[in-house]
Design a protein around this ligand. Sequence first.
Ligand code: UN1
Length: 515
Amino acid sequence: MATLTDQFGIQEALSKLGIKEINNGTSTGSNSFANGEIIESYSPVDGTLIAKVKSSTKEDYEAAMVKAQEAFKTWRLIPAPKRGEIVRQMGEELRKYKEPLGQLVSYEMGKSLQEGLGEVQEMIDICDFAVGLSRQLYGLTMHSERPMHRMYEQYHPVGIVGIISAFNFPVAVWSWNSMLAWVCGDVCVWKPSEKTPLCGIACQNIIQKVLERNNVPEGVSCLINGRENGDRMNTDKRLPLVSFTGSTRVGRHVSKTVAERFGNTILELGGNNAIIVSEHADLSMVLVGAVFGAVGTAGQRCTTTRRLIIHESMYDKTIDVLKNAYGQLKIGNPLDSNNHVGPLIDKDSVKNYLEAIEKAKAEGGKVIVEGGVMQGEGYESGCYVKPCIIEAKNSFEIVQHETFAPILYVMKYTNLEEAIAMQNDVPQGLSSSIFTQNMREMELFLSQAGSDCGIANVNIGTSGAEIGGAFGGEKETGGGRESGSDAWKAYMRRQTNTINYGSELPLAQGIRFDL
Ligand code: UN1
């Protein structure tokens, strides 16, 4: 009988991506520094051990850093548009590997194949964005207060960028960082999540071909594996910038450690995103936005919809529509396009999900759609759970907390100011949304007295941001911005230059200093 992996073409996808040693062998990718302990990658889809990967020792880490430092000396001298051309070729290569890479993302991480492919599409799009950007790394010019002086600013690369990424977007988040960093003239050292090491290897293999073809030193892109390397990066003065995606708890530690040595960070931490359903909402639109937002990626996006703040006049109707939609959700193998909800990443996550439901109940939450762990055929990995809905108060301790699982808390409001206050009254500040057809409501929500999040949407859910905008959030979300708009500035250092082309040396501020 064909195994699940044969049936959905996973074996073939792995071999196309250069992951050769499957199950018992170890697989290391191009330019990875790996002689340490074994990390086992299990698929949450069917519980299979996909492959074993070696982690990086202290010596491996050191070797990667030396190689990166060396590569930076060459890479920074290549004109930015030429670096852009190399990134363009990476985009082309990703187009060729979209299918197998999307399959691997789906199989190793557990998100639906559609979302896996969507994640690779984000990578392709950021490459295109970065190519254009490579000719637009603009600085301003200023008028000097002194005669025959010229002032301007320019942006230079910072050096080695450390990228620590999470399991939930195992490939896209790396590309948002690395593609921008590369056109900016930086080199990258990437530590992917220990839960999705094969995605790291696959990406590295794909871009390695481009680096080789262009005679670019390998150290431009180094891959390291293993948890201990996170702190090696945080404390390493050779890394002027660490971009970290993950929990608020770990992010707090990264932030302090890197700041201690005056390094910079880009932090993309937890979200606690709400949709306000106004009395003027189009309910058919709310349905798609809220259900995809809450159950898509099995609730494991930073941008997942965790709270629905519903106008009292719409409450019963909205709950009915949601109950009906949740009743039709198909839970199962994410590679099968008939299913809506795949597994959580691992059994620890299942435990957190169950505990969160218990806590919500203990605080007085009323279950509207029952949760639970799926049992039986097709659910052998033990990672499949039922999306659930709980009526709760915003002030509940568990509601204030991000649980990376498909649990949606619903609550009522009477007037919009109150709804906005509830939406803002959580420690996190990533994404937010309002469904309304009323112009006053929409503008109030977007005003300075409105949402306090990095992302605020109207008639769109909280998840699924496009790469063209700056992505990130405020408060405990960490304040970082990645991807589009002017997020590139974080990957460069700004220098102000003043040139005197006259024959006098007047001092600024009119100060006289006669010799
Ligand atoms: C994340 O969950 O870490 O906006 C990133 C979205 C995606 C990115 C999510 N484009 O949902």
